[in-house]
Ligand binder design. Sequence first.
Ligand SMILES: Nc1ncnc2c1ncn2[C@@H]1O[C@H](COP(=O)(O)OP(=O)(O)OP(=O)(O)O)[C@@H](O)[C@H]1O
Ligand SMILES: [Mg+2]
Length: 183
Amino acid sequence: MMEELCYHIIDIVQNSISANSKNIKIKLKESDKEDLISIEINDDGKGMDAETIKNVQDPFYTTKSGKKVGLGIPLLKETAIHCEGSFKMESRVGKGTLVTAIFKKSNIDVPPIGEVKDTILTSIVGNDPCDIDITYENDNGCFNISTKEIKEQIGDLHITHPDVMRFLKEFIDKGISDLQNYT
Ligand SMILES: Nc1ncnc2c1ncn2[C@@H]1O[C@H](COP(=O)(O)OP(=O)(O)OP(=O)(O)O)[C@@H](O)[C@H]1O
Ligand SMILES: [Mg+2]
């Protein structure tokens, strides 16, 4: 099992990047009221046919070139199901892919979420030129950030410019702290 759920997010987003996505939407929700944690990653990359979708969920599936066996998806699926949750992968060739993993929050084996702020910042600045839209939600409300909106606001500056990064870090830290430390 991966130590933190945020690592799974980074891992699944990497698949979307490899699939030549231009836009990726990430949703992370944790709710005590609903007793769940859910992760949703939606991309507009090359997609997969039904056969591939089935195969990639099997840890023993090997790609023809004899490369290493992919483990990202089977590992997330196994963890979710082990934690009384569910896993779903929907995809259409040429359209994109939606991965949904749900965990029962009170299950003793659910890995900690990890550093939500860092994961958001890394996803936002680390995947340029792909546009990322991230929503974090808990019982106190929700926080959203999107690279499209940021790029409109920063004009000629690049998203990895130190001043932009500093602003983004503060914006994300405040937004997430407000939701996580809400009383
Ligand atoms: N979002 C996606 N769009 C298109 N194809 C995908 C997507 N996610 C996964 N795949 C396909 O499923 C395969 C398996 O993914 P998985 O993350 O399990 O392993 P991997 O990415 O090949 O290797 P690893 O994650 O261990 O580096 C990928 O190689 C890719 O062919
Ligand atoms: Mg992968």
